[in-house]
Design a binder for this molecule. Structure first.
Ligand code: IFG
Length: 555
């Protein structure tokens, strides 16, 4: 057997102390056997835990398993090995192929993580120079990994991340980040930290290609800086879609040059009466750029035909709402709609889709489609189908909330399940795919429990385990794994008005859903996840991320 033990032959070291047994207790054997090769030979473990104090039980710190990484999402394959750790020092460099601008960008992002906390220079040098003591990021054809997967090998004298594509290298770097001590996230240099990574090899790739979060910037407006902070969280957990809910009854949040009254009249307030706001097209482009560098695709949503009160303040001639459009600061839904039988309506839709599509490199445009009790079934279907044609004409694939499945869909269209476990299934008949956002599991604007100050309860109260313990492939009748493009966690902002409040509701349920979307179902285990997640709290503290200390997690 090589010194790299394969996970199949894992066996727990016999000399583990009560501390070790405590840490390992509760994690089912099959998880340990499948997920971690804990083949630290007794003598090795005893040596690693060698006591410096009086003979007898080693200290808690010495025994704390430094080789059991708290990687979230759980990788497909992770093999721990004995041997010396890789240690970041002032001679550590990052080695890349300078010819690939994307890979160089990822190297720069890694360097900007490592430099502040370690105080090391961490130079970036070209492939071909010595790799001793280096972190090597390299593209290599490896079809087993797909477009987002990676391999990560940590040895005493080097770290190597390889992938088919730059996105995979970026994801491998996030795993390396999580294998480093949480102090690595510090924005100020810390001394007396062992910047060590235990020897490990990982092969990893995502289960779903759509691993998303949605931020409602319409009920309450969030600044560009706050949106970037949310993108940072998604990137840490390998999520790759940020769906921005840019318009609703309470606010229109993006400049449309050919329709200036959308922002002039529609952006001036928000829930509760605050000042509202909107993104200029340059600001929206900056959000897109920032997200793209972190392999997060921005999916813009203009909710139509319902949830359109803010748009109709400026353009009341296409209103078929049940009340005259006016600035609205409440939280009711279902009282506004575009008319479906006026050509002026589709002229406005075309202007909006054209301008936003031109600013959006991602393939998708989300047209909303939810909660419209006003239009007849026929008129609603007509609106969805004409909008679907407009979106296609501007080069995008349409996404819509599950109700759009009541219209005839293109096979490229995606229905987003949220309220029921059946409506979106109708999309499958057209060959359309489904995103799973079941409100009872993924709506992060739901309270954790009845005492949570922020959030709503109409769908459920959702503790961390509720967000984690489900299988998308078996969740909906008539929707199987092959129909599913992915999972998305919306956070609606009726009750949250700044990013700190968003983080409180999002963390730690967002990493739970990131694991639902990334890890193989066979690798999912609540006990193991909860222990891995607990090790992330110090990381969030260094990052200044607000979070809910759920009693379900062994912090
Ligand atoms: N449902 C509405 C949202 C928001 C939400 C709050 C969808 C698709 C309730 N529509 O979810 O606008 O009000 O939890």
């Amino acid at each position: 057997m090589t010194d790299m033990q394969t996970r199949q032959s894992a066996s727990v070291a016999r000399c583990s102390s009560a501390q070790e047994r405590k840490w390992l207790s509760g994690i089912p054997w099959e998880t340990l056997l499948r997920r971690f090769a804990i083949l630290v030979p007794c003598i090795g473990l005893f040596a690693a835990c060698r006591t410096t104090g009086p003979a007898g039980a080693p200290s808690r710190a010495q025994l704390r398993p430094t080789v059991f990484p708290g990687v979230v999402p759980e990788p497909v394959s992770i093999t721990l090995a004995s041997g010396d750790a890789f240690v970041l020092t002032d001679s550590t460099s990052i080695v890349v192929d300078p010819g690939n601008a994307e890979v160089l960008r990822t190297a720069q992002l890694l360097a900007s993580l490592l430099r502040p906390s370690t105080g090391f220079a961490v130079p970036i040098s070209s492939i071909g120079t010595s790799v001793r003591g280096a972190i090597v990021l390299r593209l290599s054809t490896d079809t087993a990994l797909g477009p987002e997967g990676y391999r990560l090998a940590v040895w005493r004298d080097s770290v190597r991340v390889t992938a088919n594509a730059p996105a995979g290298l970026f994801h491998g770097v996030q795993t390396l980040r999580q294998l480093l001590p949480p102090q690595i996230e510090s924005h100020m240099a810390l001394s007396a930290v062992a910047w060590r990574v235990s020897p490990v090899t990982i092969m990893d790739r995502p289960r779903y290609s759509w691993r998303g979060a949605m931020l409602d910037v319409a009920r309450h407006f969030f600044t560009v800086r706050e949106v970037k902070q949310y993108v940072d969280l998604l990137a840490l957990y390998k999520m790759n879609v940020l769906h921005l809910h840019l318009a609703d009854d309470q606010g229109w949040r993006i400049e449309i040059k050919s329709r200036p009254k959308l922002t002039a009249a529609g952006s001036v307030t928000q829930v509760g009466g605050g000042p509202g706001g909107y993104y200029t097209q340059d600001e929206y482009a900056e959000i897109v750029r920032y997200a793209q560098e972190r392999y997060v695709t921005i999916v813009p949503e203009i909710d139509m035909p319902g949830h359109t009160n803010a748009a109709l303040i400026g353009y009341p001639e296409i209103s078929c709402s049940v009340r005259p459009p006016a600035p609205y600061t409440g939280t009711e839904v279902g009282f506004s709609t575009f008319c479906a039988n006026k050509e002026e309506t589709y002229a406005l839709v075309d202007d909006v889709v054209r301008e936003i599509a031109a600013l959006t490199p991602g393939r998708y445009f989300h047209m909303g489609g939810d909660e419209n009790p006003i239009l007849s079934k026929e008129d609603y279907a007509r609106f969805v189908e004409r909008t679907q044609d407009i979106v296609a004409r501007h080069g995008k694939q349409m996404v819509g909330w599950e109700e759009i499945a009541r219209a005839r869909l293109r096979p490229t269209t995606i229905a987003q399940a949220w309220a029921t476990d059946s409506v979106a299934a109708a999309a499958v008949q057209y060959g359309a795919k489904v995103i799973l956002s079941p409100a009872k599991r993924t709506y992060l604007d739901m309270k954790y429990n009845q005492t949570t100050e922020l959030g709503l309860t109409w769908a459920a109260v959702i503790e961390v385990r509720d967000a984690y313990d489900w299988d998308p492939a078996t969740y909906m009748k008539g929707v199987t794994e092959s129909n599913i493009v992915g999972v998305e966690a919306p956070i609606w902002s009726e009750t949250v008005r700044n990013i700190t409040a968003v983080q409180y509701l999002a963390m730690p349920r967002l990493p739970a859903l990131a694991e639902v979307a990334w890890a193989p179902q066979s690798a999912r285990n609540w006990d193991a996840f909860s222990r891995r997640l607990a090790t992330h709290a110090p990381r969030w503290n260094f990052l200044g991320v607000n979070y809910y200390r759920s009693p379900q997690i062994p912090w």
